[in-house]
Write a new protein. Sequence first.
Length: 487
Amino acid sequence: MTAILDLATVRRIEVQEAALQPSLMERAGAAATDIALTLLANATLPPLIICGPGNNGGDGFVVARRLAQRGKKPAVIFTGDIDRLPPDARTACEAWRAVGGEWLTDIPAGDFGIAIDALFGVGLGRSIEGGLAQLVARINALHCPVLALDVPSGIDAATGCIMGTAVRASHTATFIALKPGLLTADGPDHCGEISVHDLGLTVGEGPGQTISPRQFASCLRPRLQNSHKGNYGSVAVVGGEPGMAGAALLAGRAALGLGAGRVHVGMIERLAIDPMQPELMLRPADEVLGFATVVAVGPGLGQSPQALELLRHAIDCDLPMVIDADGLNLLAAHPVLKAKLARRAPATLLTPHPAEAARLLGTTTQAVQNDRLAAAMRIAQHCNALVALKGCGTVIATPDGRWWINTSGNAGLATAGSGDVLSGFIAALLAQRWPALEALLAAAHLHGAAADELAISMGGNVGMNASELIAAARRLMNRWIATTKTT
């Protein structure tokens, strides 16, 4: 797990450490130079450094000076005015000139060993347009590694959204701590490989973190020999209207695959047996709650009057509950029921995708995607629930303002049934008496990590099926338990 800091906190740290020697800019430039030298390796082509009009440009000038001192003779582009640079950036620019450094206003013809993006970083407050947009397009067309300093120019460091256009980096060296925009929305498609450089500062923990198995290691315990299925809980999955039976069955199979002792699937569409998973106990949807220690409601539920009544009964149960899919859509359509949900004492966990999140918030999908972190936190507070806002960089949020961004997973998860499997994973861990937060963090991370392992075994992520995640996650879970046992 790694701390993620919001921009206000980063700015506060920068002000507090302004008198530090060597300066933060010198330290950032030194860290970036080390990465640039590694990427250049034995390349004979020169480095290209594109410096912007602010402190990010100052970082670039430090890198230029240091590379020149190592005999690399960088070509430097400067899009600003030296007389209008912030003080530290102006000092860095003058130090570059003092060693004989010059700059151009546009990328020269020829090839380069590396391009270093020091245009804007976290300081961008407007969309990149006009000539600067053309410059970004030229950077993206280069046939060499691209190292972004702090944040790829054009990516909003707070949200991960593209501001007009954005540099597509192969590597990003970010300073002091991770920023949310590196990890969610468009950020992961533009950052490449991320390295974090604390610049010698002790950052500590902020409100946000990435997810790793260390956060739930205390729950990764091997099973006692002297145990029985009742020790591992009983999951009730409620859903499966006609034409959507597969969603409920996938959730049930996932719950079994991750260790629930028993799984009852309450189907609106009446089925006698799941031939692919006969261990599942299929019952009428209105009969399963009495057998449960945990309920997952929503996979394939539909939005009929019967579905609404089933959701009402589930909310009334004094059980931990996962709500997904049409369970969320019904909540959004019935504010009184949503308010009742917020008053529940047992743990409630919601797993919306962006469109479902938008319905819960009474806004648009695009508005949710424009600030995924804020959207997840609002839902958590309004519903008094733990929330996993699914998507690129799934955001986990709690009602008390804590949040996490999951970094496992890939685009193979963009397939029907993937969310149903996640619901089953969460329910299985809750049934095994995991604390609700640890269950949500572990399930989200495991869901993505299973997809990553599948992508390796498949040679890519195209054509990944949701049902394939279950066996991959089971293998990973057992591996994590075995590793924890021996450490």
